[in-house]
Every structure is written in C-alpha cells, then in structure tokens.
Design a binder for this molecule. Structure first.
Ligand code: ADP
Ligand code: MG
Length: 449
C-alpha cells in the first residue's frame, strides 16, 4: 500500500470514531509526507494542529495506522507550509473553537471555560533535577497566586513538559482557589482572538474578556515573533493584570532575550518576575518517567527493560513517550510482555545518535570569532578580551550543550566549578542589558548548526 492509500484508509476509519467537526478541523489538509525507517511523517498545516494531533489524537492515529501497516514504528507530525490552505484552516479552527462549546467534554477533553485539560496534573508529574526549580515556583504560585513570582516565565526545548506544568498549575489553583478565574490560552489562539475582534469591529470585547481573569496562562509565547499588533495588545494587557496583582504565567521555547523580534519593553517585562528553564531529564528522572508511564497503563515491565530504555531514550519527554507508546501498543496487540530483544528491534529507529560535542572544537570556534588564539583561553591570562571569550565559551557550553560546571571548569584550563558558574551567570546577566552581546552569541551559535 502506498502512503497516500494508507492515509486515506486511516482517515476513513478515524472519521468514524470522532465527531465530524473534530475530524474536519484537525484532519483536513493532512497527508503522509514521507516514510523513513518505520517512521511516518504526517504533514500538518501549522503548529496548532500539530499540537492537537500530538496531544489528543496521537494514540488513535498510531493504532489505526498499525492496523494497516504493522511495520510502522512511530509517527511524527511536521509542518507542511501552504499559505492558502493555512488561511482556510485557521478559519475552520476558529469556528471549531466555537462549536466545541456544545461538544461533549470527552470529545476534546478540555474545559471550555478555562481551556484546562484535567489530564495535566501533578499526580502524574515526575519531578527531578531537570525541572525541580520550576516545580518549586509552581507550588509557591499555587499557594499564593499573583503574590511572589509574577510573571512566571518557563522556557525550555520542545517536549520537556512546559504545557503539562503550566496546565497543572491552572488545574491545581482551580481546586485550591475555586473563586479565582483562570484562563489558559496559546499565543496563537490569543492572536487569532485578537484578529477576530478587530475584524468583527469589537476590540473592546476582547479587552474585557482578557482583563477579567485572576490567572492568565499563556503557552508558546515565542510565536509572538513578528506579530506586532499582538505584542502591543499583550503589552497593555500585561500591565493591567500585573498592576492588579493577577498571576501571569508564560511558556516559551526560549528565554525572552532570545525571542526574535520581541519588543524590548515586552522582553524586560517577561523577564521581570521569575524566569526558569526546564532542561532534558537526567537518567534517574527518565527511569521515574518510564515507570510512571507503564504504571498508568497498568502494564508490567521489568527493571532491566526500564534501565535499558532510560539509557537509550535520551532527550525530550514527548519523544520518550512516543517510544513507550509504541511498546505499549505492541504489547497490547500481541497480548504479552515483550522481551528485551523485541523491544530493541521495535524502537531501534527511535534512537537518535548522541549529540556529541568536543569542547575543544567549541573553544576553537569561539576564539576564532574573537580573533584570539585558542591556547590563551586555557591559560591564566586575565586580559579583558580573553576573559570575555572564556566566559562566553563557558556560557555556551552550559546553556546550549548542558555540560556540567565541574567539567567545564576542568576542561577550560583546570579551573574550579565556581568559575564556570560565575561565568555562566555573568553572561546571562549581561545579556539582559546588552543587545550587542546577544547578537554576538547568536552569530557564534550559527556556527554550531
Ligand atoms: P512542551 O509543552 O514543553 O513541549 P509537554 O508539556 O507537551 O511539553 O510534554 C510532553 C509530554 O511529556 C506530555 O505528554 C506530558 O504529559 C509529558 N511530560 C512532560 N513532563 C513530564 C513530567 N515531568 N512527568 C511526566 N510526564 C511529563
Ligand atoms: Mg507545549
């Protein structure tokens, strides 16, 4: 069966199991773009649809496809650009959002008043070194919304649990403070809302709507890039909410200083409260996540397999879940536990080669950039321009490659880990007020890509 036929078959089956409105909204304009080593790449028109398919329909899609093609190991959703189609789907989504008010809850899971999905809570949430600071702040906010950490800005790569965390904050506040009005919205949705209000010549209803909440949770704020009018509107909304001590929570895939084309005044407001990064989970946290996931589906798995999976499934949690779903799905189909060997074969295509980086290569690139010889970085020299290059190197090693402070210190001329910490924080601080430095670092980053 070719991929076109396969997708058509799947769609006709999926169509039967969900409402017509949902089907047209989320599956129209999708196609299988390519197949590679057991992974099917499903093309979708935009980030919004991509998230929905991931969060709401992934299991259904995978199960349906495996029904036709046993060899399929996993599915990835990729954005397949087509402007005309996008415009069209945006309108459909807006309509669908309205229709959904009448749909049964379990159809889309989320609560239509506040857009919170009850499946995101802290019971199933694993806390480890990779996200514990964000978690601690979250707990403080839940106790006293709007008081201490405002705004709360969480950033980190895709699939590391930002949406889960900020939704869980909303769900928990809802339970502890039933009188508070909470609202979760993605930046894309917020922008569409805003555009609609202008098109309908009713900007005030938009302003009133967003100003009435006690807690606003805004997801994927990085998509504000290039949306000047939306930035302006968000700026005023932010000030109003902030001045009346309303809790504001943002998520982004990058630090405010690195969101392209973000107005400076918004940049400084975003970073004016508590800004916390979530990184990739460490080995022990991956063990905990894998165990939790198997437990939640009542599947039994032995420790040897858990350790194996934690060892090889590095990186983001969404991908890790993807591999676990493949395993759980196959286990259910076969109706018996898989052996380690079967699992190895099953997920071999999901394993990415480790991101290896040679520290000395990074140092070389950076010293070239600053026009100094790479040897001096390792030496004791305190010349100003060398100190700076060294600090930038330490910053990048930590920030982009997640290398530990002790290792950075020792590799860069046998220095103490406190020097690495100091350098990292120094550059981080400087970046807040020095756009030229930011540009410099972005230029260096391009050379690693
Ligand atoms: P992001 O918004 O950062 O892209 P998500 O919040 O969508 O990531 O998380 C991706 C998937 O990983 C979700 O299914 C989520 O439930 C799961 N997940 C994320 N963080 C955790 C965690 N700490 N413990 C358990 N599951 C998690
Ligand atoms: Mg997200």
């Amino acid at each position: 069966m070719n991929t076109k036929e396969l997708w058509e078959k799947c769609l006709s089956e999926i169509e039967l199991s969900i409402s017509k409105a949902n089907f047209t909204t989320w599956f129209k304009n999708t196609s299988i773009v390519r197949e590679e080593g057991g992974t099917l790449y499903v093309g979708v028109p935009n980030e919004f649809v991509k998230d929905w398919l991931y969060n709401k329909f992934h299991k259904l899609i995978l199960k349906t496809i495996i029904g036709y093609e046993e060899g399929v190991r996993s599915i990835e959703y990729i954005i397949y650009k087509n402007e005309a189609v996008n415009k069209n789907i945006e309108n459909t989504i807006v309509k669908q959002m309205n229709i959904n008010k009448e749909l049964p809850l379990n159809d889309l899971y989320m609560n239509k008043e506040d857009n919170l999905n009850p499946k995101y809570n802290f019971n199933s949430f694993v806390v480890g070194p990779f996200n514990e600071l964000a978690y601690a702040v979250a707990q403080a906010i839940i106790t006293n919304p709007g008081q201490n950490y405002n705004p709360f800005f969480i950033y980190g790569g895709t699939g590391l649990g930002k949406t889960h965390m900020i939704q869980a904050i909303g769900n928990t506040i809802k339970i502890k403070h039933p009188s508070k009005k909470i609202y979760y919205v993605s930046l894309e949705r917020f922008a569409i809302d805003y555009i609609n209000s202008i098109q309908n010549k009713n900007p005030n209803s938009f302003k009133e709507k967003y100003r009435k909440y006690d807690v606003i949770i805004m997801d994927d704020i990085q998509f504000i890039s290039g949306k000047d009018k939306t930035q302006e509107e968000l700026f005023h909304l932010f000030n109003t909410l902030y001045e009346s001590n309303k809790q504001i929570i943002f998520s982004s895939d990058k630090h405010p200083n690195f969101i392209q084309g973000l107005e400076e005044r918004l940049q400084s407001r975003f970073a004016s409260g508590m800004t916390v990064q979530i990184v990739e989970p460490d080995y022990e946290s991956r063990i905990a996540i894998i165990k939790a996931k198997f437990e939640s589906t009542n599947s039994i798995i032995d420790n040897e397999i858990v350790s194996y999976l934690a060892e090889i499934l590095e990186g983001n949690i969404r991908e890790l879940e993807g591999s676990l779903n493949t395993i759980i799905c196959q286990t259910q189909l076969k109706n018996k536990a898989l052996s380690l060997n079967e699992i190895k074969i099953l997920i071999k295509n999901n394993i990415k080669p480790k991101k290896t980086v040679a520290i000395k290569d990074i140092v070389e690139i950076i010293s070239n950039h600053y026009g100094i010889s790479k040897e001096v970085i390792y030496e004791k020299t305190r010349r100003k321009e060398i100190v700076k290059a060294r600090q930038v190197a330490m910053y990048i090693l930590r920030e982009d490659f997640n290398i530990s402070y002790p290792l950075i210190g020792s590799k860069l001329g046998g220095r103490d880990h406190t020097t690495a910490i100091h350098s990292h924080l120094k550059i981080k601080e400087d970046l807040k007020t020095d756009p030229a430095l930011l540009q410099e670092i972005e230029k260096i980053r391009i050379m690693f890509k």
